[in-house]
Design a binder for this molecule. Structure first.
Ligand SMILES: [Zn+2]
Length: 89
């Protein structure tokens, strides 16, 4: 990852998808079924087990740090129940 990409990821993490001028990148809302809910909770098994013997390979759902930031903000006001919906598929 280049320095620019790293900076971009950091900003995404801090500010969510609301960051100006970068809307095209964010195709989904975090509630979209294509978005990895486990990733929003920072516990996607595909990430956790990556480079271990139990490596599951790439997650086939959408991972985006900005969506996680959005979710964390929204979850303060509303319980989405994602913490009970952590499954491997
Ligand atoms: Zn995932």
């Amino acid at each position: 990852m280049s320095a620019t990409e790293q900076m971009r990821a950091m900003l995404d993490q801090l500010m969510g998808t609301a960051r100006e001028g970068d809307e095209s990148k964010h195709r989904y809302h975090f509630t979209d079924h294509r978005v990895c809910k486990s990733f929003l909770l920072d516990c996607c098994p595909h990430d956790i087990l990556a480079s271990t013997r139990m490596d599951l390979g790439e997650c086939n759902r959408y991972h985006d740090l900005a969506l996680r930031a959005d979710y964390e903000k929204a979850a303060k006001h509303k319980d989405y129940g994602y913490d009970v919906d952590v499954s491997i598929d």
